[in-house]
Design a protein. Structure first.
Length: 149
């Protein structure tokens, strides 16, 4: 799995002009599921996101997690994180999981975050979404479960 994790002061998702998810301070996460990903990847990613220390403590140091500061997570599926642009000009998405498997692992990631006590709002899997966010910092971190297994 791959994720682009951004510390935000607010973030939202719209589908067909209608707001479907919104958070205040927390993490906006764009999550891609790879063809070889398994449940262990989803659990690893959820644990990493929940514990990622990217929020400032009283001394201004990034020592707090989203859980520590009472934030929320906006989780948005994004298969294009598996776009391979090495050949030609059009990305190949053969590294992305097929949709039903990707959706199951995306949902597992969301449920695992919720089980860790985090409020999670979701985009609409497979839909054309408009994602708006205010990146706080800016702080953006890339996560990849494939680099740990």
């Amino acid at each position: 799995m791959r994720a682009v994790v951004q510390r935000v002061s607010e973030a939202s998702v719209r589908v067909d002009g209608r707001a479907v998810a919104r958070i205040g301070p927390g993490l906006a996460v764009l999550l891609g599921v790879g063809a070889d990903d398994e449940e262990a990847d989803a659990q690893y990613m959820a644990g990493k996101m929940a514990g990622l220390r990217v929020f400032s403590d009283a001394e201004g140091q990034m020592n707090l997690s989203v859980r520590d500061c009472g934030g929320s997570v906006l989780l948005v599926s994004q298969f294009t994180l598996y776009g391979d642009c090495r050949k030609g000009r059009r990305p190949s998405f053969t590294g992305a999981a097929e949709p039903s498997r990707a959706e199951a692992l995306y949902e597992l990631t969301a449920r695992t975050l919720e089980e860790q006590g985090l409020p999670v709002r979701r985009g609409v899997f497979g839909a054309h979404m408009e994602v708006a966010l205010v990146n706080d910092g800016p702080v953006t971190v890339l996560l990849d479960s494939g680099k740990v297994f």
